[in-house]
Design a binder for this molecule. Structure first.
Ligand code: CP
Length: 312
């Protein structure tokens, strides 16, 4: 089945078959990342531009590594060293990059919808690497692949997503993806950091999303616990009293994790704030797959670049 999209702007636009295609393609690239010579000629002659208007460690680096392992030329541009600081608009920036004939533009931007605006004016494939509080599709794909590797499936699993859901593009992309794939998603966190309009869903049902009474109810019998960072950069403050109280009421510690299934896995997109949303002994403990997520990010981004940038 071919991938029919020009761009990857969000999980909302994808069907479950397309999600499976990306994950299956990532599977074929997994071995390359374990070889001594981690390079194949698949995208030789192609050019990938990483255009980042926000800070990033994992996403930017893994897109660059993914492009280079596929033999594409990878160019990194950050807003602070581009002509954006001289007043050039986003669209003019995109048009000027397009004039240099890239095959893919990977963009992270603080405004929701920025990648969609660029996708309208360039011929290159546009990949959303995180737009405001909207979507972060490749993060959800690598999370799904991590779950699938460990659990063998996504359908029927209870996935608790806990923390600052309201401002989290990771939560939004994961909510789309996991429900499309038949998981039961349960959200928990401070009421002020949860979206309005969701009902409590009891009993759990596959392919649905609901709010839990509290963090304990979300974690109880969960197959997957996904913790979220508080997105201070997207808040004006006042959503909770102090970080210490947040940690006490909403943080993941060993005691709370014991309520989950015996074979629970713990995910976090990073960057983590140890001792705030998650305790260090959980981060470094036996149920944590946080660094596996980072490792999987390379193959998932290789798959996305391959499917969009015209690999043979
Ligand atoms: N998960 C994630 O997007 O991390 P970075 O901000 O470091 O890219």
């Amino acid at each position: 089945m071919p991938f029919k999209h020009k761009d990857l702007l969000g999980i909302e636009d994808l069907g479950s078959e397309e999600i499976n295609l990306i994950l299956d393609t990532a599977e074929t690239f997994r071995d390359i990342n374990q070889r001594q010579i981690k390079k194949v000629p698949t995208l030789r002659g192609k050019t990938v531009i990483n255009l980042f208007f926000e800070a990033s460690t994992r996403t930017r680096t893994s897109f660059e590594i993914a492009a280079k392992r596929l033999s594409a030329d990878a160019i990194n541009i950050s807003a602070s060293t581009s002509s954006v600081v001289k007043g050039e608009t986003l669209i003019d920036t995109a048009l000027n990059l397009q004039a240099m004939a890239p095959d893919a533009i990977v963009i992270r931007h603080p405004s929701s919808g920025a990648p969609h605006q660029i996708a309208k004016v360039v011929n290159a494939a546009v990949i959303n690497a995180g737009d405001g509080a909207h979507e972060h599709p490749t993060q959800a794909l690598l999370d799904a692949w991590t779950i699938r590797q460990k659990k063998g499936r996504i359908a029927g699993l209870k996935v608790a997503i806990i923390g600052d859901v309201l401002h989290s593009r990771v939560a939004r992309s994961n909510a789309h993806l996991l429900t499309k794939m038949g998981a039961h998603v349960v959200l928990a966190g401070p009421r002020t950091l949860l979206p309005l309009g969701l009902d409590k869903i009891i009993p759990p049902a596959a392919g649905t999303i609901g709010l839990a009474e509290n963090v304990e109810a979300a974690i109880k019998d969960a197959d997957v616990v996904m913790m979220l960072r508080i997105q201070m950069e997207r808040q004006s403050g006042g959503f909770f009293p102090t970080l210490r109280e947040y940690s006490i009421h909403f943080g993941l510690n060993r005691r709370r994790l014991e309520m989950a299934k015996d074979d629970v896995i713990v995910l976090h997109p990073g960057p983590i704030n140890r001792g705030v949303e998650i305790d260090s002994d959980v981060v470094d403990g036996p149920y944590s797959l946080i660094l596996d997520q980072v490792n999987n990010g390379v193959a998932v981004r290789m798959a996305v670049l391959y499917l969009l940038a015209g690999g043979d």
